[in-house]
Design a binder for this molecule. Structure first.
Ligand code: FMN
Length: 169
């Protein structure tokens, strides 16, 4: 449970460089996620350029952490893969599981991360699509902003016993 309880969204990153091998390691964890019919409909676009990060930060009202990130992982859903598997309706859940694996692996590696939501907001997802020339059968699902944490936010215990229903609601 340690990594789960330590995880918090990190939105301020230091100048310390985060390398591609470290990012690939996080993506490897993402690819281990469960997916409907094991379709694994994910792909990943990794952004290092600081001007691109800055531009992504302006694409939604809540994407500002992207501006000071060392790297961005844009998690992508491949509709061709999920359609072929008959799991198109589950693609958001597949990608969410993948995102969470990345966030938890980041804690283990001492890397700060925050999930920035884009899909299903059409306007926001289209901004990513147009800017990075992402083809139509690919959904830009979310942006995970990454870097070494400037300071570690305090994690909270979210446990609420009253949310658990035993045997009947
Ligand atoms: C679907 C989703 C979308 C999110 N979008 C944003 C976002 O656009 N900007 C942001 O700063 N945080 C975003 N977050 C992070 C949440 O704000 C954060 O997880 C929540 O406040 C709980 O805090 P914690 O992650 O530190 O536990 C998003 C999280 C999820 C799961």
């Amino acid at each position: 449970m340690n990594f789960i309880f330590e995880r918090t969204s990190v939105r301020e990153f230091s100048d310390m460089e985060l390398g591609i091998p470290e990012v690939e390691h996080l993506i490897k964890a993402g690819m281990q996620a469960p997916s409907a019919k094991n379709a694994q409909p994910w792909e990943f676009l990794v952004i290092s350029d600081s001007e691109d990060c800055e531009n992504v930060s302006k694409m939604t009202p809540y994407a500002s952490p992207a501006a000071n990130a060392q790297k961005l992982i844009i998690t992508l859903g491949n509709l061709n893969i999920s359609k072929e598997a008959g799991t198109e309706d589950w693609i958001q859940q597949d990608l969410s599981a993948c995102n969470e694996n990345i966030l938890l692996q980041a804690v283990r590696e001492g890397i700060g991360a925050v999930w920035l939501g884009f899909y299903p907001n059409e306007e926001h997802a289209n901004s990513l699509k147009e800017y990075f020339n992402i083809p139509d059968h690919i959904i830009p699902f979310s942006v995970i902003a990454l870097g070494y944490p400037k300071e570690k936010p305090i994690s909270h215990d979210n446990y609420k016993a009253e949310k658990i229903h035993l045997d009947k609601y």
